[in-house]
Design a protein around this ligand. Structure first.
Ligand code: GLU
Length: 466
């Protein structure tokens, strides 16, 4: 049997990272089993629908590298097929027309509320005689006949067996009076028609499963295997929300996270492979199994995401990282990168990337290679440029000018000699003003290397302008 998973997002205008994790698990399971990963756009809410919103999701999948095996299916386009199934059930006597007026429904709702019942519709049209008079001017809805007694168990791969009493299932509407299908019907028909074998989704959909199973059973269709993933929580244990941090995939992209890191981080929310923190997509494809997903909610840990991102940045090829960095220098700091700056960034990348947790941090910490002087100075950098610091720089300039071979060793030797001569061997007394002059900061990669990358002319120029 070919395994078919699916990702059916509603185009809401952004891609929630919880949805990204759902997509990832579906993708992993399909890739792991040599199956198919299908995308369906649940676009039946036409008031909120826009092509941009669909684009955001497809671009999000693309950025994450979660390729899919079909042209994304539009749920809205399938509405005639969904209605056809509703009528089929009607014809088979497994669904029925209900002509209740809004007033009648209100009264039923009130009654159920006072009686504390889980459902309200009293099924008054379920067994109405075929020729029973129909109230004029009312267009009927179609309701499905849910089982009246017993219970239903869902064998969920993640949640285990979950059972509900059938009396909690109402005869829910499957086709509205205007002939449009409800979501519950559309999902089942689409999943069936797309040959979906495994439904892997957030556990906020677990309740829907019982109703959806009524449709599967009525149509005599084979039910998929279910795996309901625990939702992501914030560090405080509450459901992950805006106050915990960025919610959308795009926000993480803009904050300078790499897709490799986000995938690695998200897959670990609910799934693990021993104590491994770093798991590449190839390894995950090899090791992933949906049955190993944890039932308890995972907590979002921003520091861990950052440390994983730092790892992937460190592992990345320097020029590939530079290509990713350039747009951040522009968007974040409004810096254009010319060829000189590009060459400097590339030479300095190894040291720079070892220090940064995100592309934004990398942009900030590498900007001194791109900027012309005067550089913006941090306050703590300025403190190193007092009278003693300036005098040190004057002498440093003198001695560095005399260097014929401009390399790390020679620059380092000049700094050390100067520290011995002027500051009783305290190297920091040379390096800190030097750092301020070259980078505008009190933190940077090792200075001799920075000076080597900047070149003799630019280094001396920056020193002379302090
Ligand atoms: N469209 C639903 C959502 O975005 C997914 C429904 C499902 O997975 O069955 O939450």
């Amino acid at each position: 049997m070919t395994i078919v998973t699916r990702f059916p997002p509603s185009p809401t205008g952004f891609m929630h990272i919880g949805n990204a994790r759902t997509a990832l698990f579906n993708w992993l399971y399909a890739r792991k089993t040599g199956g198919k990963f299908l995308v369906r756009i649940e676009d039946t809410d036409r008031e909120r629908y826009s092509t941009e919103a669909v684009d955001i999701i497809l671009k999000g999948l693309d950025w994450l590298g979660l390729g899919y095996d079909n042209t994304p299916v539009s749920q809205f386009e399938g509405r005639a097929r969904h209605a056809e199934v509703a009528h089929e059930l009607l014809k088979r006597g497994l669904a029925y027309e209900c002509y209740c007026t809004p007033e009648e429904l209100d009264a039923m709702r009130e009654k159920a509320k006072t009686e504390g019942k889980p459902t309200y519709y009293d099924r008054r049209w379920r067994d109405a005689a075929p020729g029973a008079p129909k109230p004029p001017g009312i267009k009927p809805v179609i309701r499905i006949k849910s089982p009246l007694s017993g219970d239903t168990t869902v064998h969920d791969v993640v949640q285990g067996d979950v059972t509900v009493k059938n009396e909690q299932l109402d005869d829910f509407i499957i086709l509205r009076s205007d002939g449009t299908p409800v979501y519950m019907l559309a999902v089942v028909v689409d999943d069936h028609d797309m040959g979906v074998t495994h439904v892997i989704r957030g556990d906020d959909h677990l309740n829907n499963t019982f109703r959806q199973n009524v449709i599967y059973d009525s149509m005599g269709w084979t039910k998929p295997t279910y795996a309901h993933l625990p939702l992501i929580h914030g560090a405080d244990g509450a459901k992950f929300s805006k106050r915990h941090g960025a919610q959308s995939v795009d926000e993480y992209r803009l904050m300078g996270f790499l897709p490799e890191a986000l995938n690695n981080y998200l897959m670990r929310l609910g799934w693990s492979h021993g104590d491994d923190e770093i798991i590449t997509m190839d390894q995950a494809v090899e090791w992933f199994d949906i049955k190993d997903v944890n039932k308890s909610a995972a907590r979002f840990d921003f520091a861990k995401l950052e440390s994983i991102n730092a790892h992937y940045m460190k592992m990345m090829d320097d020029s590939a990282l530079l290509t990713l960095l350039i747009p951040f220098l522009k968007s974040h700091l409004d810096l254009d990168v010319n060829d000189t700056a590009k060459a400097r960034l590339l030479s300095g990348m190894k040291d720079l990337k070892d220090r940064a947790k995100t592309l934004i941090q990398l942009a900030e910490e590498s900007a001194f290679y791109v900027r012309a002087i005067p550089l913006p100075m941090t306050e703590s950098a300025l403190k190193n440029l007092d009278a003693a610091g300036k005098e040190t720089l004057r002498l440093l300039h003198e001695r560095l000018s005399a260097l014929s071979l401009w390399n790390v060793e020679n620059i380092d030797a000049v700094c050390r000699t100067l520290a011995n001569d002027m500051h009783g061997g305290k190297l920091g007394k040379v390096m800190m003003p030097f750092r301020a002059a070259l980078t505008g900061s009190d933190k940077s990669p090792a200075l001799p290397h920075v000076a080597e990358v900047l070149g003799k002319e630019e280094t001396l120029f920056r020193l002379s302008k302090i």
